[in-house]
Design a protein around this ligand. Structure first.
Ligand SMILES: [Zn+2]
Length: 310
């Protein structure tokens, strides 16, 4: 392609001027706070609260599994430069504090889940023995996400006091949107008969959702490394799908698609659709923000639970 402003480059000094303009303009809009988050849901929350004053980078990208994340050398370099690092906590992203310490990061580590009422979950240890652990997927209850938003807002106000008014206004607006979301989920689930509220999903990510909104999730694939469940987990899931009176089985986006296909074929179960548990979709997908994700999941659940029978 021909450069359309060729005439600008006729003289050397103009060339210098053009280079100067191109270099300086992006910098005029530099963010006040550079935020690093462990995974995509926190990145969205940070953007909602931070608005135009922040730039946000998530280490685990949309569609990726944070449980199994292996940090890259470039992550440590990014964290060292960051103004704020936000993680989930509850054992979800323990690799991040380790990475932050190793990188020489000096600022605050914000644990977004601080102050929530944690839920215990059944799991399996490395040797397959049964153990109790804390369920890290607290954002699946919208009331918890209000706490996440408040924690992120407090950290931003501390890191960038000049933006306090903006952060408070954004938080107020976002809380109203969360309240509306919470109301809509409650109203939808309440419209289902009790016997239609049993669901099988591919991993234990919906404990908080179940507790808050009154669904039962049967999820035999354990929370540890669930994007690569063992053969025994998969066999048990297929067995359960054949035996349980579950209305529908849902698959999560972070699970290996070949595994999903195998479960579908061997169980013969009706597939309720895809739920987003631990990661947003890319921007052009159905769940590019937290609120869009929760609304997508609710819509998928409602269609399947209102129509499938066994
Ligand atoms: Zn998970």
């Amino acid at each position: 392609m021909r450069f359309p402003f060729r005439f600008l480059l006729r003289h050397a000094w103009q060339r210098v001027f053009l280079a100067f303009v191109l270099f300086i303009v992006p910098d005029a809009h530099a963010a006040e706070v550079e935020i690093i988050t462990s995974f995509s849901i926190l990145a969205d929350l940070a953007r909602q609260i931070g608005g135009g004053r922040v730039s946000v980078h998530t280490l685990v990208e949309p569609g990726q599994d944070a449980h199994a994340y292996e940090p890259r050398p470039s992550d440590a370099r990014r964290i060292k430069r960051a103004g704020l690092v936000v993680l989930n906590g509850l054992g979800f992203d323990d690799w991040l504090p380790r990475l932050a310490r190793a990188s020489g990061y000096q600022e605050k580590l914000v644990v977004a889940s601080d102050g929530i009422h944690p839920l215990a979950m059944h799991g399996e240890g490395g040797n397959g023995e049964h153990e109790m652990r804390i369920d890290p997927h607290a954002w699946q209850d919208v009331a918890n996400t209000r706490i996440y938003a408040a924690n992120i807002a407090a950290a931003l106000i501390a890191a960038d006091p000049a933006g306090a008014e903006t952060y408070r206004a954004n938080t107020t607006r976002y809380r109203a949107a969360l309240d509306a979301l919470d109301d809509d989920i409650r109203a939808a689930i309440a419209s289902l008969p009790q016997k239609r509220r049993r669901v099988v999903s591919s991993h234990d990510a919906f404990g908080y959702f179940a507790r808050a909104y009154g669904l039962t999730f049967l999820a035999p694939v354990g929370a540890a490394g669930h994007s690569n469940p063992g053969a025994r987990d998969v066999a048990r899931l297929i067995e359960q799908l054949r035996n349980e009176k579950a209305h529908a089985v849902f698959i999560e986006t972070i699970l290996d698609p070949r595994l999903i296909e195998r479960i579908r074929i061997e169980s013969g179960a009706a597939m309720g659709g895809t739920l987003y548990s631990d990661a947003l979709s890319p921007p052009d997908g159905p769940a590019p923000t937290y609120i869009a994700m929760m609304r997508h999941n609710l819509g998928t659940l409602m269609v399947a639970l209102a129509t499938h029978s066994h």
